[in-house]
Design a protein around this ligand. Structure first.
Ligand code: MN
Ligand code: MN
Length: 291
């Protein structure tokens, strides 16, 4: 199948899963229920997760996927970013939505990221210069009275690679590179009431394979084989590995991390603990939004 057909199929699935996430992100729902139900929806629809579903709440901007024993529950007033991706044969559709749990305190903040995304998408056409996208995102978020997060960016997507060149920043980075037909890019404005920067927080339990070299431990080798066969170079999480190999696998993941075979992502809180909203679409340049 043509890569475009795979990408468009991934987009249809992730769109439906995103709408489902909006329905189930309710007061008293556990973070882990939201993540696992959305992941199940993706596989029921015939897709594969391109990365673990993230449920990042309030001042946490990104990369928070529930742990296997996560007890956290959504409460009234929470501002929830659900970030999800689907791939078909490695072609990835990446999207996100922000919802507020039972209140209407952050309508403007949510709207700022959404409006910025809608305006940015119009510029995601062949021959646009990349800085134009960041510029419009920055202007839209700033004119709404918020701050864009500067050190989180949209990105290119390639087969089995979630983050490639070019970086699509949320501010004018003066990059005069032109977009070309058939490039796949994700645009993801983040708006905050804080400083506009994320820092590295706690370990997320999300990993990716960085160096497929041999490990001496037989058990660790089995995990490595499973990871490369099932996720290739895409991110995975310890929740998924524990489901397959049991609790002992936590130590083996640690060992693989120490050997620099896999690398762990950090949770990304906003530096001033500002509230954060996010919106995201994947675009096939010359075709349009696929999510
Ligand atoms: Mn995303
Ligand atoms: Mn993304």
């Amino acid at each position: 199948m043509d890569f475009k057909e795979n990408l468009i199929k991934a987009g249809k699935i992730v769109r439906e899963a995103r709408e489902y996430a909006k329905e189930i992100a309710n007061e008293k729902a556990k973070y882990i229920e939201v993540a696992e139900k959305v992941e199940k929806k993706i596989s029921d629809l015939g897709g594969k997760c391109a990365f673990p579903v993230d449920v990042s709440v309030n001042h946490i901007a990104a990369h928070d996927t529930p742990l296997y024993n996560d007890e956290r529950v959504l409460v009234k007033g929470d501002l929830v970013k659900v970030d999800l991706g689907v791939h078909v044969d490695g072609y990835i559709a990446d999207t996100a939505v922000t919802v507020e749990i039972g209140t209407n305190n952050y309508k403007k903040l949510i709207g700022a990221a959404e409006k910025a995304l809608n305006m940015a998408v119009k510029l995601a056409v062949p021959n646009s210069e990349i800085f134009e996208i960041g510029k419009v995102i920055q202007e839209e978020i700033t004119s709404s009275g918020f701050t864009p997060i500067k050190n989180l960016s949209g990105h290119g997507l390639k087969q089995y690679q979630v983050h490639t060149e070019p970086a699509i920043t949320n501010y004018n980075n003066n990059d005069k590179t032109k977009l070309k037909e058939d490039m796949i890019i994700a645009i993801e404005p983040f708006a905050t009431t804080g400083q506009g920067l994320v820092t590295e927080g706690k370990n997320s339990g999300i990993y990716e394979l960085v160096n497929l070299k041999n490990t001496r431990n037989f058990e660790a080798r089995k995990i490595l084989k499973f990871v490369s066969e099932n996720y290739n170079t895409l991110p995975f999480c310890n929740r998924w590995i524990i489901k397959e190999f049991g609790l002992k696998s936590q130590f083996l993941l640690k060992q693989l991390e120490n050997e620099k075979i896999i690398q762990q992502f950090a949770i990304l809180p906003e530096k001033a603990k500002g509230m954060v909203s996010q919106a995201e679409h994947t675009i096939l340049v010359g075709y349009g939004v696929v999510t």
